[in-house]
Design a protein around this ligand. Structure first.
Ligand SMILES: [Zn+2]
Length: 50
């Protein structure tokens, strides 16, 4: 088993308590990855908007 480029197979999406979108993926070798998308990236801190 040598080094290889991980292949990120999407395992689905979830949402954190902060409201961020989290993408779960894993490689056939067993490595797992999570990628977080900030729901309000670039948004200045302030009162929550609804
Ligand atoms: Zn891998």
């Amino acid at each position: 088993m040598g080094d290889h480029v991980h292949v990120r197979l999407s395992q689905g999406l979830s949402v954190s308590e902060e409201g961020d979108l989290i993408e779960h993926s894993r490689c056939r070798c067993g490595a797992t990855f999570t990628k977080v998308f900030d729901a309000e990236e670039g948004e200045p801190e302030g009162p929550p908007r609804f």
